[in-house]
Design a protein. Structure first.
Length: 136
């Protein structure tokens, strides 16, 4: 998958101003054109989580939509459906062990986890992870 290749082998591109956002535009375009159910799920997650008090959206520094609570980004969602959530190390380990998410796609076993939003069936788990992050 091109996302994994870019993230793992071309990570240095993230230092070039605008490059992460250009790549994010590519990911979102691909999703819009070829994965309509994923796009619908992403949109539903954004709509639902914005109903929670104090949550707002921002542009994530490496592309994607950031979810901010107070002055802290608690998660971000890439255009290909990859949701990264900061839970704290113990809670991240528990969520991974329960099979709800995977270790973060770059940081591995850390305070962050990754979860793939693929269809409407993914929305409930994604919202659960986002709300766990908001409770921290």
């Amino acid at each position: 998958m091109i996302f994994n290749f870019v993230v793992r082998r071309l990570r240095w591109l993230a230092r070039i101003p605008g490059a992460p956002h250009l790549f994010e535009a590519y990911l979102m375009t691909w999703t819009v054109l070829f994965h309509r159910s994923r796009l619908a799920a992403i949109e539903r997650i954004e709509e639902q989580i914005l109903r929670d008090p104090g949550v707002r959206l921002c542009v994530h520094r490496f592309g994607g939509t950031g979810f901010v609570l107070g002055d802290r980004e608690v998660a971000h969602l890439h255009g290909n459906g990859l949701l990264d959530v900061e839970l704290g190390r113990d809670q991240a380990d528990a969520v991974v062990q329960a099979g709800l998410a995977q270790p973060h796609h770059v940081l591995g076993h850390s305070a962050w986890v990754s979860f793939w939003v693929r269809t409407d069936d993914s929305v409930a788990t994604a919202l659960h992870l986002l709300r766990l992050a908001a409770e921290r």
